[in-house]
Every structure is written in C-alpha cells, then in structure tokens.
Design a protein around this ligand. Structure first.
Ligand code: HSE
Length: 323
C-alpha cells in the first residue's frame, strides 16, 4: 500500500467526488475436498457493482438480485465495510458512496458470497484510489483476508483460476494455477442456508496424525489432478479433516455427496456448505452427475454447470471527477 505524495491532497475526500468504478467479482468454491482453508476455485457466476464517490449527506445503496430486501443498506453493508477498511489502512478519509449492486452469487450456500462482497469492496477502493495509492496483489489479498478470516475464498475471487493460499508471518500469500480444460464444475445448490460460523464450530481442535497425513497426500494429488490428470479427481477429492465433522449439520448434503461418490463422481462440500461441488472430468460426466442428482435427491437442488473463471475480480474506472 504505497501511498504516493498526493495522499495528503487526497486526504480531503471531496477530491475523489465524481469518480465511478465498475467492479465484477466471481463466485468461488473453497476447500475442494482435502484443501481445507487453502484451496479455492473461481467460478463463472458474478456479482457486479458500480461505486461512486459523492458529496451526498449519507451513503446511498441499492441492491438488486440476490440479497435484495435482505442485506443492510447503510455503512454496515459488507462492501461498504470493506471499502472503509481499505481506506482506513492507507490513511485516506473515505468519501460518501453511491453503490449499486447486481448480485447473482447465492448467499449462505458455500459459494463465497461474503468473500466476493469483501473483494468487491477492496477492488472498489483500489479503483477509487487509482493514481493516489497503489496496491500490490499481496496487499489486496491481505486486506480481504483481514476481513474474511481465511484466504481460501478471497484468493480465487481476486485472482481467478485455482488458487493455493497460505498464511505467513508477513501476511497471506497465493499461487494461481490454470485448471485442465477438461475439468467441468457442477454446483448443486439447495434451498436452505448454512452458517460458516456454525460449520467451523463443529471442527475439533486436533485431529489424528494419520488423518493429517491422509489429507496431505490427497491435497498434493488434487493439484496434479486439477491441472494435469482429471482422471484422478475421485481419489484426489477424499478428505478426513472437515466434511464428516460437519455432516450432522447438513444431512441432505452428506447423503447426496455419498450417492454421487458411489456413482464415481468427485463430489465435495463447497466451502462450508451446504452446496455441493462436483469436479467432473468432462461435460458428459457432468451430465451423468445431474442424472444421479435427479434420481437420488430427496430435496430440491438447483444444478448449475459453471465454467472456471480464469480472470478473477476486475475494476474499471467508468467516470472521473470534473476538474
Ligand atoms: N475454508 C472455509 C471453511 C471456507 O470451510 O470453513 C468457508 O468460508
């Protein structure tokens, strides 16, 4: 977060008034089976926002699509909180904002909607501060992880593709990888939600050493399977660190994953659930998985065939202040 000499001038929030930025952020699926709090995949379903710096007396917030009529329309809105966090970290006073969101990432389903909102805020701040403060990729990840608590959703939302994210004493770091072109994700979304906090509360403090070794082997294999050898995805998505501890809180998810895996489809809980991610090796396997869902599900599931997003979050300046 290298503040240029112009920050002192920009400390006056009125100097930003009139700038509008457009932000687009993909959905994400975290964990991918064995890669708890580490692996994540960006998916081609997006929240889009326009954010303007204004001199209005208060923030003006409009939400369309997912979350409309449900999320707060004041400074407690997660995107506004993330913008405020970024401005505070670089010591620039945040102007009043006009924010118009068009959301399509389902909330509370394990598809990274909170991570996407945080990344949207961080990217909006980057756009609003463009030419005044520069942010490195590591700094964007750090700002987003500070709010999200773990980096596995915010890394793919920021950078796209498959990401490995890890924590260091200097902050979170990531490596982006390009997924094999055969990999054909299918996301199954139930009608009910699941709280990430509840899911995390079901995790034990410690796990057997043999389970840790099991997950180390599968996580390493999963990288090879996703970038080079999709035929290994069924074995590579096995996990002993989180899914069975959480199964009691999402029995429908657990049942459907068992049915899909028995039919040889690499199905895992998406993030903290309750959605399911099937990492099919090709589009025809994905169609077979949909048939398993139709035959075995005891509740309604929305089947979303989603491409991998390779680009990650984008921000563009739509208009500039009049000088
Ligand atoms: N790794 C996180 C979890 C993802 O499973 O709790 C959801 O935020």
């Amino acid at each position: 977060m290298t503040a240029a000499a112009t920050v002192a001038r920009a400390g006056d929030p009125t100097s930003l008034v009139g700038r509008t930025v457009h932000v687009k952020v993909p959905a994400t699926s975290a964990n991918l089976g064995p890669g708890f709090d580490t692996l994540g995949l960006a998916l081609a379903r997006y929240d889009e926002l326009e954010v303007s710096a204004t001199d209005a007396p208060r923030h003006e917030i409009e939400v369309h699509g997912v979350g409309e009529g449900q999320v707060p329309l004041d400074e407690s809105h997660l995107v506004v909180r993330a913008i405020a966090h970024a401005f505070a970290r670089v010591g620039v006073e945040m102007p009043r904002l006009r924010l118009v969101a068009h959301n399509s990432i389902p909330h509370g389903r394990g598809l990274g909607s909170s991570g996407a909102a945080i990344v949207a805020g961080v990217m909006a701040a980057k756009g609003l501060l463009d030419g005044i403060v520069e942010f490195t990729p590591d700094e964007l990840l750090e700002l987003a992880t500070e709010l999200e608590g773990h980096p596995d959703n915010v890394a793919p939302a920021l950078f796209g593709g498959l990401t490995i994210a890890w924590m260091t004493p200097e902050g979170p770091r990531h490596k982006k990888l390009i997924v094999h072109r055969g990999v054909s994700p299918l996301v199954l979304v139930p009608e009910h939600e699941m709280s990430t906090a509840l899911a995390r509360s079901l995790q034990p403090e410690s796990v057997p050493h043999s389970d840790a070794v099991f997950n180390v082997s599968r996580s390493a294999l999963l990288i090879a399977a996703l970038i080079q050898s999709p035929e290994l995805l069924l074995q590579a998505t096995e996990d002993k660190l989180h899914q069975h501890y959480r199964a009691q809180a999402m029995p429908e998810t657990d049942r459907l994953i068992r049915a899909l895996r028995e039919a040889k489809h690499p199905a895992v809980v998406s993030g903290a659930g309750p959605s399911i991610l099937v990492l099919a090796s090709d589009p025809s396997e994905r169609a077979d998985a949909v048939r398993v869902v139709e035959a075995s599900a005891d509740t309604a599931w929305q089947a979303l065939p989603l491409a991998v997003d390779f680009k990650g979050a984008t921000v563009t300046i739509v208009s500039e202040p009049e000088r």
